[in-house]
Design a protein around this ligand. Structure first.
Ligand SMILES: CC(C)(COP(=O)(O)OP(=O)(O)OC[C@H]1O[C@@H](n2cnc3c(N)ncnc32)[C@H](O)[C@@H]1OP(=O)(O)O)[C@@H](O)C(=O)NCCC(=O)NCCS
Length: 179
């Protein structure tokens, strides 16, 4: 059964394949050929950076912001990389308006097989076991029917519809999941 793990070198070859097929850890930005080449050149650096993220984060508009404490985990089956989840330990003003506590992505070739639903369920268990949060916020674009289903299957309760501050004209939803 696939499981959530800390990033390790052993999964990097499969991660690179996933990136080539269109997986991106950032839901608002595709992985560029330059980024893939850098992971291939410096896999140790990349893994270290996933496990110990820099203090600053590049926001979707390209500007720099302060990163809140966060944990990124990979979802793997044996040595096969299937997807990833980013867990923000707290919200700031930006994440409160869009992003929330949890974001995730499944590699294109592994979609529609239940992985995101199972990955989010395991993520909620991780949060219950490791963080003092009583509930988590997730935001999703109205156009993302797959992710809406994943959130609702995991107990998401719709709070409100909101504008996506990063994508002109996009509307989305705020969901809370009680832990
Ligand atoms: C959204 C995403 C995570 C879904 O991953 P997945 O592993 O395919 O999801 P699951 O297989 O667990 O599917 C959950 C449900 O959504 C449905 N679903 C999945 N993708 C769908 C789509 N594109 N359109 C409509 N329904 C979809 C599935 O049929 C399933 O429904 P069911 O439980 O009633 O059978 C994946 O498409 C992805 O990584 N997209 C890019 C990144 C992204 O959007 N992340 C989320 C940001 S909020």
């Amino acid at each position: 059964m696939p499981s959530l793990v800390r990033a390790e070198l052993a999964y990097v070859p499969s991660l690179i394949e996933a990136m080539r097929e269109g997986y991106s850890r950032d839901n608002l930005r595709p992985t560029t050929a330059g980024e893939i080449a850098q992971v291939e050149r410096e896999p140790e650096w990349f893994v270290r950076q996933v496990n110990h993220p820099p203090r600053q984060v590049v926001l979707p508009d390209g500007t720099l912001g302060q990163r809140v404490p966060a944990t990124d985990l990979w979802y793997v089956d044996g040595s096969t990389f299937l997807g990833s989840v980013g867990i923000r330990h707290e919200l700031n003003e930006i994440l409160e308006s869009w992003g929330g506590h949890i974001g995730y992505a499944v590699r294109p070739s592994a979609r529609r097989q239940g992985h995101a639903s199972a990955m989010l369920a395991q993520t909620l268990d991780f949060v219950r076991a490791n963080l003092p949060l009583k509930r988590v916020l997730l935001t999703v674009s109205n156009a993302n029917q797959g992710s809406i289903r994943v959130i609702e299957k995991n107990g998401g309760v719709l709070e409100a519809e909101v504008d996506n501050p990063w994508v002109e004209g996009d509307r989305g939803r705020r969901y809370w999941i009680d832990l």
